[in-house]
Every structure is written in C-alpha cells, then in structure tokens.
Design a protein around this ligand. Structure first.
Ligand SMILES: [Zn+2]
Length: 200
C-alpha cells in the first residue's frame, strides 16, 4: 500500500527526533490527522517561531528571548558565582527550586572523543574567557557523573591551572539519591558518595 505523501513526510520528520522510533512516529502522525486545523496551525506557528524568536545569551549561552538573558541581567544574583552545566535543561532543573543564587554557563555538551566532540565543539573557551574577564570567586561544576562529564571537568581544571586563573573550582556532590538503599548502590556511586562526604 502506498502511504499518502503528506503522511510519509511528517512521519519521516518525527523519526528524525531523538527517542522517537518508527512506530511512535506513525502514531503521532495519524493522531494529528484528527486534530482540528486551527490547532495544527498553532503547532506549525510554534515550530516556525522556535528558533526565530530565541537567542543564545552572549554571556551564559543559555537559550533566551534577549541577550544578556534575564538571569545574567539580574543584579540580585551573584555574578561572581558561576555554575557550569551541560545543557539549558539543567538550568530549568536547578532553577525550579530557587536554590541557586549565582549565574550559569551552558557548555552545550561535554568532551566526547568517541563522537568527535572536543573542547572546541562546546563553549569551553568561552568559559575560560569569561573567567578571565569577570574574575568570579567560584566556579561550580554541575556536570553529569559520566565518563565524558569527568573528562570535561578535568580538562577545565587543567585549563584554569594552566592559565593561572585565581578562582576556586568546586563540584556538586554525587552520591546516593534520597530513599536509596546502600546495598543496591553500584561501586562508582558509593565511591562518589564517600568522596563527597562532609562534616555532619
Ligand atoms: Zn545569560
């Protein structure tokens, strides 16, 4: 059976999205065939404006409507305390609890040699430049506890030492999540939890 071209086109477009397989792509397309045209127009508008109406903040590289973004422009936030994250979504998570009062720096990835992502492909040099210019007191590394996250932290620390920049570099603690059971935790999690221990 030959599938209508418009259906095939949209299914292919969905399939190119992350974590969407062929079956889900088909289901989404056929679902949209039953949605009122007005809703579809709104959806199409949102897609069209997604990149047109957003910018990357020149300071922190987060996605925003203006540059500098709201966070970088907020004088109540500590501009000398920079939290380094992998992705803009990490900022959403950290901001949801209002627990952080500094500013951010989004790397847009981590060093990943297997996928040909080196320091030049992410916003690492921009961070070094920012440290040189703004002279923050502290850089908090809030990268994921993966091999790539570790490699990126190490590289950054070496760069900061190599450039003889006077900034304190800290890392968020990695360990057991709330409600976890020590006997089921893996070795790496436990060793991180032990390393990250502090005075009680
Ligand atoms: Zn910003």
């Amino acid at each position: 059976m030959r599938v209508a071209k418009a259906v095939a086109n949209l299914t292919e477009a969905f399939e190119r999205l992350p974590s969407i397989g062929p079956k889900t792509a088909q289901r989404l397309t056929y679902y949209l065939l039953h949605v009122p045209q007005g809703e579809l127009d709104k959806f199409a508008d949102s897609l069209e404006n997604l990149q047109k109406n957003t910018v990357e903040c020149a300071l922190c590289h987060n996605i925003a409507e203006i540059s500098p973004c709201d966070i970088c422009g907020d004088r109540n936030r500590d501009q000398k305390l920079i939290c380094v994250v992998e992705q803009p979504l990490d900022i959403l998570a950290l901001e949801s609890g209002n627990r952080f009062t500094g500013v951010y720096h989004v790397l847009h990835g981590v060093i990943d040699p297997l996928h040909n992502i080196g320091p030049e492909e992410i916003k690492l040099n921009e961070l070094i430049e920012r440290i040189k210019q703004n002279q923050p007191n502290e850089i908090i590394l809030a990268l994921n506890p993966t091999m790539e996250g570790e490699a990126t932290c190490l590289y950054l620390k070496k760069q900061i030492e190599g450039e003889k920049l006077t900034v304190s570099v800290t890392r968020i603690a990695h360990g057991l999540p709330m409600g976890a059971d020590i006997q089921y935790a893996d070795d790496q999690t436990l060793s991180h939890a032990l390393e990250g221990r502090r005075e009680y």
